[in-house]
Write a protein that binds this ligand. Sequence first.
Ligand code: HEC
Ligand code: HEC
Ligand code: HEC
Ligand code: HEC
Ligand code: HEC
Ligand code: HEC
Ligand code: HEC
Ligand code: HEC
Ligand code: HEC
Ligand code: HEC
Ligand code: HEC
Length: 482
Amino acid sequence: MFIAAALLLFSEPSFGQRVDECLDCHLSLDTPQAIKFKFDVHRKKGLSCADCHGGNKRSDDMDVAMSKSAGFLGVPKTNEISERCGKCHNDEEKMRSYGYTGPTGQYDNLLASVHGEGSTTAGENIAQCTTCHGAHGVRKVSDPKSPVSPLNVVGTCARCHDDPGYMRQYNPSLPTDQLSKYRTSVHGLLHAKKDPKVATCVSCHTAHTIKPPDDATSSIYAENIPTTCGRCHSDPEYMASYHIPTDQVEQYRKSVHGIALLEKHDASAPTCNDCHGNHGAFPPGVESISNVCGTCHALNAELFRKSPHKKVFDERNLPECETCHGNHDIQPATIEMISVEKGGLCARCHSSSSNPKGYKAALAMRSLLDSLVSSYANAERLLDVAEQKGMEVEDERFALRDVNQVRLQARTAVHAFNLAKFHETVDKGLKIAEDTKAAGRAAIDEFYFRRWGLAVATLIITFLVIVLFLYIKKIERKPNTT
Ligand code: HEC
Ligand code: HEC
Ligand code: HEC
Ligand code: HEC
Ligand code: HEC
Ligand code: HEC
Ligand code: HEC
Ligand code: HEC
Ligand code: HEC
Ligand code: HEC
Ligand code: HEC
């Protein structure tokens, strides 16, 4: 064993003149840590056992080499372990002096993360550096044998997260199904086929700055998720070999959902994982799409499922909501969507010759909505006129608001794709609008009636004044004649 290890060790020429009595003696003792150290990234950089354990690496006398006076620290325990790694890895200047160009600060990051000491009542880190990297035989991340290389890291995280017994000690309510769900996702399926480019636990969670989803600095905070997924999905070069679109994030940002979440900070709007799942990141399959949309838009989904479209969409394997609304570029719904004109949404399947029942229904539905909109506008205009003339129309305006309410109900009611029912809904609004129009007209009539009344009264009064005036003149003239 010793010979084999020593041979391997000294077969590397650059370490010919290296002095490391710690390693030499421990190799001769077959100390397991020393054997593992052969592959260690630190050893390859010329570091010694003494760089972590202290002591004098130039002495071949164990009592000298491992003495307190030589600075021997012994075996670190609990948080001391990470502190010791942090002595170098947290010190950017020191790391650069070794010619290392990678990131630093892992120690500070770990302490501030969910795995840091603040997370436990014991005041001890949940994970030390060595939990994920090991202590001896530490490898570069890019080394396929590293426990944190893309193909291995999933198992490293799952060692704890897939162990309900262990996790219960810390947080009994935290699910422990991440690995099993991940395995069903497109990411997990390709990962199992040794594809190192798909998302692993750390692509979404980071390695050292892992934070819970409600922390605004977390990579999985709702508003940060598009950026997290976009690191790969918006990079055409990275995704080139997969032949799928790379515009999801861009489109999402411009969609009604993206604007609601990212610009209006409306937490009820969906981000990527609300539709794709956290760990089972499948594209929502045809069957499940309306289930996903329906978790928020329950009424639309319920009406759709009872509609005549349900059956025909299923037969053609068309997704329920996406067929009309899209997925990442969902825009505010408007009346223009109900259209059998060339290029119109309904015209995709309905014309006077193909699927004509829906064609006629679509025409009728649109014209009902157009009437509702124009009746509303007319009613409002009449009330405006009446108001300008000084008539009191507050009650009528209040009643007219119900038409808006009906317009909103109709937007949802569309999804029943049932003309008779749609008629019922819209008719209520049309009736209110007509009543309001009538009231508006009556108010205006009243105004003219009053104005004519005033004119006549003025005329009569003027006439009377003139008569009175003439009469007074006549009386005034009388004494002269006498
Ligand atoms: C000449 C041989 C020899 C040299 C040189 C030597 N050691 Fe050891 N070391 C031993 C032996 C033997 C033990 C086990 C004895 C014991 O358990 O106390 C040991 C134990 C250890 C332990 C485990 C201590 C514990 O508390 O479990 C560490 C860590 C260690 N050595 C590190 C070092 C470092 C670092 C150096 C160089 C600065 C070094 N050794 C140099 C022979 C050596
Ligand atoms: C990168 C830092 C680092 C280097 C380099 C390093 N060790 Fe360690 N060693 C540790 C840490 C951390 C522990 C305690 C935690 C553990 O065992 O995971 C430890 C533990 C040990 C133990 C005790 C194991 C036990 O179970 O009690 C021995 C023995 C040991 N090291 C020997 C060595 C020898 C010999 C070398 C050089 C060949 C060496 N170490 C190099 C960090 C290091
Ligand atoms: C929960 C597991 C875990 C813990 C704990 C952990 N690391 Fe890491 N570390 C990783 C993973 C995973 C990567 C690879 C990151 C990647 O692929 O981007 C990594 C990468 C690294 C790298 C390469 C540079 C980088 O940041 O990507 C260094 C250096 C490193 N870790 C040091 C440490 C040190 C020092 C500690 C303790 C303070 C530590 N790690 C704690 C999982 C961990
Ligand atoms: C004496 C300083 C020092 C100590 C202490 C130290 N390291 Fe390192 N570590 C380095 C240097 C220097 C490198 C860069 C090696 C290279 O460039 O190839 C490195 C590289 C690494 C890497 C690979 C980084 C990559 O980019 O892939 C990991 C992981 C790592 N160390 C983890 C640890 C862990 C875990 C500990 C504690 C048990 C530790 N280090 C203690 C100096 C140190
Ligand atoms: C040593 C066991 C262990 C390892 C290894 C580990 N974790 Fe954890 N992780 C925990 C524990 C324990 C918690 C804290 C649970 C709590 O208190 O909420 C936690 C918390 C988390 C959380 C926050 C959950 C929440 O919402 O509060 C995430 C995310 C997480 N870990 C991801 C990872 C990833 C990714 C890896 C691999 C790089 C990993 N963990 C490796 C034990 C571990
Ligand atoms: C494609 C991105 C992605 C991958 C890959 C991923 N996660 Fe997650 N993870 C998330 C998101 C997003 C959340 C939850 C956000 C929320 O609740 O709003 C989450 C939540 C968690 C939680 C908190 C508890 C829970 O299940 O909600 C833990 C723990 C966790 N992940 C661990 C892991 C582990 C371990 C792996 C690897 C097996 C992994 N994650 C892989 C994105 C991912
Ligand atoms: C590390 C890069 C990376 C990250 C980060 C990432 N993905 Fe992926 N994702 C991929 C790769 C590579 C594929 C495989 C593409 C393929 O063949 O379908 C994929 C596939 C998918 C698929 C299946 C696509 C299909 O129809 O085949 C979905 C859905 C998906 N990812 C969603 C997400 C979501 C949501 C997030 C963020 C929570 C995310 N991904 C984060 C790399 C990544
Ligand atoms: C409102 C729900 C919803 C949201 C939010 C959403 N997606 Fe999708 N996504 C879908 C649907 C539906 C599909 C199509 C699935 C199918 O056709 O089988 C899809 C497909 C995909 C695909 C497969 C390739 C493609 O474009 O068809 C990827 C990758 C993807 N989404 C990533 C993302 C990312 C990244 C985000 C966040 C920016 C995101 N999605 C947000 C519903 C959503
Ligand atoms: C056949 C096409 C079609 C399908 C399929 C469809 N919609 Fe709609 N949707 C429309 C039209 C048209 C409007 C706008 C009506 C209007 O403005 O009068 C609309 C409006 C909406 C609105 C805004 C109005 C409201 O209710 O708040 C939402 C949300 C909505 N749809 C969700 C869904 C969901 C969820 C599904 C799947 C269960 C779905 N839609 C399926 C055509 C469709
Ligand atoms: C997590 C909840 C959630 C999910 C899942 C969701 N939505 Fe939405 N959706 C919202 C919210 C909130 C709004 C309102 C955004 C705003 O206007 O402020 C909205 C708005 C809309 C609108 C525009 C309504 C309007 O008034 O014009 C349509 C259309 C829509 N969603 C369709 C869908 C479809 C289709 C899906 C599935 C592919 C889906 N939504 C999934 C929450 C969700
Ligand atoms: C993906 C194709 C498709 C789209 C898009 C589509 N439909 Fe249909 N629709 C059908 C099919 C197929 C039928 C059943 C055959 C028929 O109508 O003659 C149907 C039936 C209907 C019916 C039931 C007719 C009845 O009396 O049984 C209505 C109402 C309807 N569609 C309205 C609409 C409206 C409004 C739109 C646009 C917002 C629309 N459809 C968009 C395919 C579609």
